[in-house]
Design a binder for this molecule. Structure first.
Ligand SMILES: [Zn+2]
Length: 180
C-alpha cells in the first residue's frame, strides 16, 4: 500500500473576540442575554459567580456560555468565537487562534497598516518632525485602506514591497521627498 500526502484546504471563517456580554455581533445589547454567547449559569457551588476560574484568572460571573455541536462550552473573556463552515459556533483560546488563523487578504492591508502605524509612531518619536511624520503615515494608511487589497494575481510580497517603499518615503522628512 502507498499513502498519498494531503493537506487541508484553506477555509475562511468569521471570528469575533469575546470579552463581555454583547460582544458577539449576533448578540443583542449587553444588558440582555445573547443568542450566541449566553449567560454563564452553573448551579454547583464551585461555579459561584465571585469564584475565580483558575486557568484564566477571571471570576465565573465574567464568563459566557456557548452551545456548540458537541454540547455547551464555557467562554472565558478573551476567547474567540468562530463561526464554522456550517454556521455553527465554537470557542477558541486566543493562543490557539493566533497559531491557527491569520486575516484573509482583504483585511491584511488594514492589519499591516495598523502595525506599521504603531511602529511609525514609535520611530517618529525619535525625530523632531514627529507630528508631521505621523500625519503622513496616517494619510498613507487611509490611502491603503481605500485602495483595498491587491488585485487577484498580484504577488502579495511584491505588493507589500511597494507599500514599504511608500512608507519609507512618508517617514523621510518632507524636504527630502522629491515626489508629489
Ligand atoms: Zn475562564
Amino acid at each position: 500500500m502507498t499513502t498519498t500526502r494531503y493537506r487541508k484546504k484553506p477555509v475562511e471563517v468569521e471570528a469575533t473576540q469575546w470579552h463581555q456580554n454583547g460582544d458577539h455581533p449576533k448578540d443583542g445589547p449587553a444588558d440582555r442575554e445573547g443568542q450566541v454567547v449566553r449567560y454563564f449559569r452553573r448551579p454547583e457551588p464551585e461555579y459561584s459567580g465571585q469564584l475565580k476560574h483558575e486557568p484564566c484568572g477571571r471570576i465565573w460571573h465574567d464568563h459566557g456560555w456557548i452551545d456548540t455541536l458537541e454540547g455547551g462550552h464555557t467562554v472565558c473573556p478573551g476567547d474567540w468565537i468562530i463561526t464554522g463552515v456550517q454556521g455553527e459556533f465554537y470557542p477558541c483560546k486566543p493562543d490557539i487562534f493566533a497559531a491557527t488563523y491569520e486575516p484573509v487578504a482583504s483585511d491584511l492591508a488594514a492589519t499591516k497598516a495598523t502595525e506599521l502605524e504603531t511602529t511609525a509612531r514609535v520611530l517618529s518619536g525619535l525625530h523632531r518632525s514627529a507630528e508631521d511624520t505621523v500625519t503622513r503615515v496616517i494619510a498613507l494608511y487611509e490611502q491603503w485602506v481605500k485602495a483595498g487589497p491587491p488585485p487577484l494575481g498580484t504577488s502579495t510580497a511584491r505588493w507589500w514591497d511597494a507599500c514599504l517603499v511608500e512608507l519609507h518615503n512618508a517617514i523621510q522628512p518632507a524636504d527630502q521627498t522629491t515626489e508629489k
